[in-house]
Design a protein around this ligand. Sequence first.
Ligand SMILES: [Zn+2]
Length: 360
Amino acid sequence: MYFSYSLLCLAISAAIHNTSYCQAAAPQVDSPNAIPQEVIPAEDNEDPVEEKLTPNAKFFIPSGGIALLTEQADIDLFTKGKDIGNVQDSPKLPYRRLVQRTIMPTEIRPSYGCTLTFDDQLVADNPSSGNAIDIVKDLAPLNARAIFFANVPMVSGKSVNGIMARNNTSEKRLAACKKLLESKRAEFIKIIRELIRVKSPADEDGNAEYACDVFNHTAFHQNMSRLTVESDRYKMCIMGIEFIEECLDEAYRIERPDWKRARYFRFPFLHDPEYHETKTALNQTFTELGMISLGETQDSKDFDNYSHKQAYISMLAAKQNKRYNPKYGKYGQTEKPIALFHTKTWPKIKRGVIKAISEK
Ligand SMILES: [Zn+2]
């Protein structure tokens, strides 16, 4: 993969300063007091020094991180604490980060036509369901990337219900939630690390893409539509979202030390909060975390999309920037071609997805 001139400059700058994937350096301005460089004519018999960095040099930055982004507005989307203003096209509407738009600016359109996203648990709770690592191992040899939206392993909305029932004060509930999450931290980080270190085969220049990235789908997969800001359920939800970001930060820090990661979020059940106060508070949390939500593109819910045939048709629809519903077929329009599947359905949908990838 080759890059535009501005990216090239960025990469050259990174190489010179020995800091990969750094942000663009401020342009150097000549000081008025700078001493003009003396021009020394080259000796006739001197060998010309070979330029190490020529404009034709090919620099490689893997897909998935914000080092790929050139537009400041796109970089702002993932910058912690950055107020990115109101909803695009309607400056009166707030909740900019929560708008479920079908954009992933860090994903370059692949040769097979659409970005592949997979939701929910990374590790199955029963032997017939799929695991994220199986998806990655199947897709990596095909030079395909998987984007995971993950929950914390082996917890669910039922865990939250249990904490609510067993504890009668906010303090106790939040402490129990914290304890439960902490008990999963080491295992979760290990699972993420195993995934994000996998690369596709290198090209002829020795450059290889990462085969997947992992993002946030809340810890407990709670339905967030009716959450109120002061409720314990909301506070546990936020604690879980922050916990996932911490685990992702730790896993990426170890596996990809120089990586500037993007921070996407997908609402469980694709339901954003209904209430004004909840939206305001959540938008603030997302701003602090530098996170944006990614909306649905396909109605391929797991209960519908348990067949490789459906998955194949769903992929064809995604490639055409269409939404897809197993009952009604393709419809509507998406901003970017993004397919949506569920990690656990992989053994059942794999054939169709791989067929669509292989046909390009
Ligand atoms: Zn989900």
